[in-house]
Design a protein around this ligand. Sequence first.
Ligand code: AMP
Ligand code: MG
Length: 409
Amino acid sequence: MISFKRAQALIEKNIPPGKMETVPLLASLGCVISEEIKSPLALPLFDNSAMDGFTFASGDTQEASPDRPLRLTIGGTIKAGDARIRSMPKQAWRIMTGAQIPHGADTVLMKEKAKIIQETLIICEPFMKGKNVRAKGEELKKGLKVISRGAAVNPAIVGILASLGKNEVPVYAKPRVSVIATGSELVAPGANLLHGKIYDSNSPMVCAALLRMGIRPVFAKRLDDDPKKIKQVIGHALRESDLVVLMGGISAGETDHVKPILKELGVETIFWKVRQKPGKPIYFGKKGSTLVFGLPGNPAAVFTCFYEYVYPAIRRAMGFQDPYLGSSFFPAETSIAADPEKSLFLKARVKLSQGRPVVTVLRGQSSHMISSLQEANGILVVHSNESIPQGQNALVHLLPNEGISTHES
Ligand code: AMP
Ligand code: MG
């Protein structure tokens, strides 16, 4: 049996290098940029008005004062999207936010401050060049790096890429993932629950976790403990996927067929069993470049093993530089006993107590229980023999998307 750290290191070692592809702009959300992106344009694209107002040449206004006001005739209106026009000396133009500053003009007076008499703009002071003008290239020069390789695409990056006219984005490909739950006791939620059967909670939970990562499983199947059927479906999954997540049937019981079947299918075992709770009999193997995870079927084991092992493996393949759950230390609200031999992964909640974050261990830690997971925003890690006294810092792996509430609870 190996340690948690060793298991993570063995997985890292076996992840094939990320494949690159080009995807449509919106499909890049959640992906990692595979090639540095340089700006093909200057931003702003042209000198334009920062507000609705009047534009004219600042040079015309240098002698203007309340005693000697300057009168500029208004030539017309320039709207956002209009082609660039030419402004004549002693002329002003109504201009809208985002509209091009005309040739011959270089400054903008806010509409609310303008004094107009009979289509003539009255100027009583000198104006500075560039006032209320958004200058071409002030944000970004053409040819400069805008987005680094390794950046994770978020809505802001989608917006930036769109502003540069990009409709295709170079990213690392998302792995094709298949999900297979085994167990003759399992029925689909909503189906008839005959005596002795239980609902399959693992497949929907793992599919939901994958969807949150932007990954739609290539297929998700629920199978009886029937070796022939299991072999056929895993064989298909190995051909169609970059990563296969199996759940259940991976321990040493009589109906645990998954491990021998993987061997028959030519999957190389990299490890089986980790000194941890929950999820001790976790399996990791590979065939060619396809990775195979066998997660013990207890739902809390599936949840923990997914986030500690499968999640980082998928994210590494997707090009994330730091694919693991974020981690941080928080004072333990109560003392936490270690196990002498195993690392413990405890469902935990980081919350505010009198304005300071503390971590609390949730009720229902057994591996068949998941109801308290709904409150969890982290997994508290207790390494073997390292009990945590009350108030001492405990290591918490933070679950993605759950956040830490800023409300006292
Ligand atoms: P196994 O790993 O197949 O020995 O299963 C361990 C425990 O997890 C058993 O109590 C199973 O009934 C339960 N279990 C296995 N698969 C699932 C599943 N997909 N959803 C809910 N519970 C499951
Ligand atoms: Mg089973």
